[in-house]
Design a protein around this ligand. Sequence first.
Ligand code: 4NP
Length: 168
Amino acid sequence: MKILFVCLGNICRSPTAEVVFREIAAREAPDLAFEIDSAGTAGYHVGAPPDTRTRQAALRRGYDMSALRARVVEPQDFRRFDLILAMDLQNLDALQQRAPAAARDRIRLFLEFGPDAGATEVPDPYYGGANGFEEVLDLVEAAARGLLQHLRAELRRSTLSQPQLPGP
Ligand code: 4NP
């Protein structure tokens, strides 16, 4: 299963989702194989490491983001990934506009998978205070767990609905 997380600059929210989901999936679903990546809809920070405030907040919870570098969403991403998850409505809209029609149903809001029906967007922390980075982590950790549960349920459903081989 290939999952791409997308925000605006690919230096705060989507790289956070990338490392958090990778860590939670490795710990809680070691039997499932994931390819996980992140990208931005804007190219302001291409090649840059994640924002220092983002990296420090993540490290305090045990997530190492030092190997990540920002990149922009590319046309082949719409073919490559099974699920493309936007951090907010602005980026969802940007993705929908760029995607070929065949890819549109694979583009969703990440927080659809979160437990809190009240929050639909991961707020952009870039111009805000330190609390914004903690809020991003809280929302992302909860939605990553929700996403993993959703994918497990889907997998179970598709395995159950596969035709059984005839017995001897
Ligand atoms: P991100 O945050 O989309 O979560 O990576 C931002 C990073 C940079 C900018 C805006 C948002 N910027 O305007 O440079």
